[in-house]
Design a protein around this ligand. Structure first.
Ligand code: HEM
Length: 471
């Protein structure tokens, strides 16, 4: 097997240190009865077996070593759970023992030393952040009272897509660009009180620069950075990630700084009654819903039958005289199913635990032989939910550390997808067949498409429905 550059040079270092470390390792690991797993190399452990898509590498290894597998990432023991029982063990039965997050470089460099909820270590600060999400920013009443923001922003998106489509009579649209701006504008208005990024004068930065930042943010927060697992090698920045993190951090800085100055000024003018909104919501929920919607539309474009069922349901329930709203969503069970289809050992302290929810959601033992196929039907009336109770399907995680943005995330995906399907007939660009559409993923915190989806939208509703004002 050909190893990526940093791994091959590391193996060189590793061989050099074999004699010294082998003796140390023997004495320390023999204390524990670890789950089965491949034999680790000195220094790098099993990093050489982890490719650019770690969830796939871990899945492949677990087919050999079982649903509870032991690995080593550099200096740290790692355990991977790949079954419903293991998800239950780590996320339910013993979740208190596994609530912490490791101190990683991305939290240090991009997220102000882990001062966000996502990377905060388990403790009072994290609990306070979760409470803020649950009781203030994402409470059921706040989500309800901000419905108009989502409706307005989704309409702006339809207007922009329609304008792009009419340019040159049937232009190809890069959907992700529109989805991520709509998504960001919603959280920006909900959390910060107004939009900060838009086309034209007064925007804090050009939308393209912001979109690039969000992509880089999600990538760098998901990477396996050598310095995080072999701390004494971190100064070498072998993969160049730290350099990228520092660059990104400099680009992000103006956004919170500007918002804080503006909010302090407003607080001074409006007195104590003014409540500043939390910054973390922007970073944590930045493009997850856009990624999920892009995957859903890609699957529908490859499955004309499913596309016909989803649009037929919209025609029946909503018709063509108005746009879909959040009240319509409960009456669209097929669309809901489309959205849903898109996710006796010792464990020493300090072990990093991965529950491979990607592998569990594709397990043929749970989902049948066609487990890899897009079949929304399997969710219609199945009762399987995404709220962390059904451990065979965990797109938002489960337990105390599960996603606090579930309610908002689902609403955004459903509303964006329903409106895009109702307002446009979608097709692939000329010369691109269904089989040419790549369905490869890129690794990162939100696992986006490797190649952004490009499709041709043809407006199908009366023109005035695309003309609403854009706040
Ligand atoms: C379709 C949309 C979304 C998906 C699929 C998603 C998925 C996830 C997943 C899998 C986790 C990790 C759970 C774990 O570690 O067990 C997570 C954590 C988190 N998500 Fe989301 N998310 C979405 C939308 C959002 C939104 C809209 C927000 C906020 C506005 C948000 C905020 C967070 C935060 C703060 C965490 C960290 C929680 C903690 O560590 O305590 N997410 N999300």
């Amino acid at each position: 097997m050909e190893l990526p550059v940093p791994w091959s040079s590391l193996i060189g270092v590793a061989l050099f240190l074999v004699a010294v470390l082998l003796r140390r390792r023997r004495s320390s690991s023999s204390k524990y009865m670890l789950p089965p797993g491949p034999r680790p190399w000195p220094v790098i452990g099993n990093l050489n077996l982890i490719g650019p898509l770690p969830h796939r590498s871990m899945h492949e290894l677990s087919t050999r070593y079982g649903p509870l597998m032991s690995l080593r990432f550099g200096s740290y023991p790692v355990v991977v759970g790949s079954s419903v029982d293991m998800a239950k063990f780590f996320l339910k039965t013993h979740d208190l023992a596994f609530l912490d997050r490791p101190a990683v470089a991305s939290a240090r460099h991009i997220l102000y030393n882990g001062s966000d909820v996502l990377w905060a270590p388990y403790g009072p600060y994290w609990r306070q952040g979760r409470k803020l999400y649950q009781n203030e920013l994402l409470s059921a009443s706040r989500i309800k009272s901000t419905e108009h923001i989502r409706i307005e922003e989704v309409r702006c998106m339809l207007r922009d897509v329609s304008a792009a489509a009419s340019r040159d009579g049937g232009a190809v649209v890069r959907l992700k660009d529109h989805l991520s701006m709509a998504r960001f504008n919603v959280v920006s208005r909900m959390a910060l009180g107004r939009k900060y990024i838009f086309d034209g004068a007064g925007s804090l930065m050009p939308p393209e620069a912001f979109r690039w930042m969000i992509q880089e943010f999600f990538f760098l927060n998901g990477v396996v950075n050598v310095g995080d697992v072999i701390p004494w090698l971190s100064f070498l920045d072998l993969q160049g990630y730290i350099k990228r993190m520092k660059r990104l951090s400099k680009m992000i800085d103006p956004l919170p700084e500007h918002v804080l100055v503006e909010h302090s000024e407003r607080r001074r003018r409006q007195g104590e009654g003014f409540v500043p909104r939390d910054m973390d919501i922007i970073a944590a929920g930045a493009d997850t819903s856009a990624v999920a919607t892009e995957w859903a539309l890609s699957e529908l474009l490859r499955n004309p039958e499913a596309m016909a069922k989803a649009t037929g349901e919209l025609d029946r329930v909503v018709g063509g005289g108005r746009l879909v709203t959040e009240e319509d969503i409960p009456c669209l069970p097929y669309l809901d199913a489309v959205d849903t289809s898109v996710g006796a050992y010792d464990i020493p302290a300090g072990t990093r635990v991965f529950v491979n929810v990607w592998a569990i959601a594709r397990d043929p033992a749970l989902w049948g032989d066609a487990s890899e196929e897009f079949r929304p039907e399997r969710f219609v009336g199945s009762g399987v939910d995404v709220k962390g109770h059904d451990l065979e399907f965990l797109p938002f995680g489960s337990g105390r550390r599960m996603c606090p943005g579930l309610g908002l995330g689902m609403k955004m995906v459903q509303l964006m997808l329903a409106n895009l399907l109702q307002a446009f007939a979608w097709r692939l660009p000329d010369g691109v067949g269904v089989d040419d559409l790549s369905m490869e993923e890129k690794f990162g915190l939100s696992m986006p498409r490797m190649v952004p989806l490009e499709a041709v939208p043809e407006p199908k509703l009366p023109a005035h429905l695309y003309d609403g004002p854009c706040p």
